[in-house]
Ligand binder design. Sequence first.
Ligand SMILES: [Ca+2]
Length: 554
Amino acid sequence: MHRIWAYLPNLFSPGGLIPGHARLAHYGYEPASGIAITAFSRFAFGCVLAAFCTQFTLAAEARLDGRLADSCATLPAPAGVKFAETPAWVESQTLPTYCRVAGTIAGRTRFEMRLPQQWSGRFMMAGCGGFCGALIPDKPGHSNTINEALKRGYAAISHDGGHEAKSWETHWSSNPEALELWAHKILPVVAGTGTELATSLYGREPSFRYFSGCSNGGRLGLHAAQRYPELFDGIAAGGSIFELSGIAGLWGNWLIHNNQSGLDSRIPQSRVPLIQQVVMNTCDALDGQADGIITDPRACRVDFTTATCDAGAPAGDNCLSGPEAQLLNTLYGGVKNGKGEVIYPAVAFGSEHYVDRWLFGADGKPAWGVLASAGYRQMLAMDLSEKDVPAGLPTDQMLDWISRSAVPTLTDATDTDLSGLREAGNKLLIYQGWSDPLIIPEPITHYYDKAADAAGGLKQLQENARLFMVPGWGHCWEIPADAPDRFDPLLELEQWVEGGRAPEYMLARQMDAAGVETRSRPICSYPSVAQLEVGKDPDNYKNYSCINEDRTVR
Ligand SMILES: [Ca+2]
C-alpha cells in the first residue's frame, strides 16, 4: 500500500517561512497564493500553529493526486469493519473526486465515507436525524450531511445510527445494544472507523477532527462534548434535541394529548396563516423592527382569544373559534402538570412558518413531530413493559414514565459540566432557531445558562462553548424559514478551532428565488443580541452591533 508520507521527503525540501496572514474569511477561503511549500516537511508531522497546517496540507496534497491513485482500492478494512464493496474512486460533476468507502461496522452500523483526492487534512463525522435508521450520504444541504464538507476537502463519514428503520420508528430500541449505540456510542464507533480509514488512505492522521449534526445530530454533538470531550477538536451542534425526555417527551406529549384527535389535529392546517398573522401583529415590532422576524420570542405574549370570531360568525381565515383560541393558548402556554403549574417550555411565538408540517399535520396524516414523539413514548413504554400506550398521556403520567425509565440517562445530553471539553481545549458551537417548531428553542438556553454557572461564569464557558440563537430560523435546514438562515456553522467552527478566533457572531444571509441576497444579519453569541444602529439599513449585517443583555431579562 502506498503511503503519502513516504513520498514527502523527495517532494519537499526543508527551509522557507510560512506567510502569516489570516486565511479564513466568511463564506470562502482566501486564495492559497504565496505558500512556502518548501517548509512542508518541517511542519507536516508536528504542526503547532493550527492555521498553518491546514494550508500546507491543501497545497501539498494537491501535488500528490497521482500517488493516491491505487491506494483507494487496496484500503484495508479496519477491525470489525466489512466493506460492502471494494473502495473505489468516484468522479462526479458536482463533487471533488473522492474515494468511496461503504460498509458495516460490527455487523450493525452502516456507513459511507468519502475521502477526497485533494484532502484538507480534516475529518468530519456527520450526525443523523430523528431516530435515524437510514444511510443518506447524498442528502443535500448542511443538516447531518457530508457533501458540503467534502466539497471543502474534508474526509467525511455518514452513518445510519446503528439500525435500519424509518426516522420516527423506535421498535429497534428494544435491543439494548442498538439503543446505547444510537444514544451516544455511535460517536466513538463511527469516529474511530473514519479516522482509521483516513489515516490508512493518506498515511497520516487527520490534523483536525470535527463533528457536525443538527436535530438528533445536535443531540449527538452535545453528547460528544459531555461524554467524549477529547474525540473532536470541534463540534457543531444545531437544533439539538439534547433533552429528548423534555422536548419529545413532555412537550411532544403535551401537544399530542391536547391537539391530536386520532390522526387529525384539532387545529386545522388552514388556520396557520391566521395564527401567524396574530402572532406577528402582536410580537414583530417589539424588537424595534417590523420585519417579520421576532428577535426573542420570550419577550412576546399572545392571547389568542383576542382573535375569536364575533358571536355567530364561523371560524375561518379571519377569526378563530372559542375552543381553537383556548387550545392555542394551552399549546403555547407551556407544559402543565396536574396542579396546573408550567413545568416545561412549549412552542415559541414566531414558529408558525411550516408549523403544519412539523406539528399539526394535514389531510389525516400526522405531522412528523407527532409521529416521532409517539415513537419516543413507545421507546419508554417498551423499557417499562407498559402494555397500554395511548396517543397522549396526562403530564403527570409522562413524568412518572420518564423518572422510572432508564432511557433518559442514556439519551439525554444534559450534563452541564463541560470541564472535559475545556481541559481538552476543544470547541463546541451550538446553534438553534428561535422559530423552530420541532425542537422548541428555550431548553437549550436554559442548558447553556446552567453550563455557564457550572463553568464559573459565562466568560469561562464561552472560551470553549458558544451558543447562537438564530431569530426567525426554523428547524435545521430541512424547512428553511423566511429569515436570514444561510450560514455555515462548520466554517465558523474551523476558524475558531484552527485560527483561534472565537466567533462573536455568525453571518446569516437570506436569498430570493434567484439566489440574490436580500438581507443579512449577524447572529450574535448568546446572550448577546443584534441591535441595529439608528437610521441604518436593516438588511445589511454591518449595521448591527452585538449587545450583551442581561440573560435573565424576559
Ligand atoms: Ca421584528
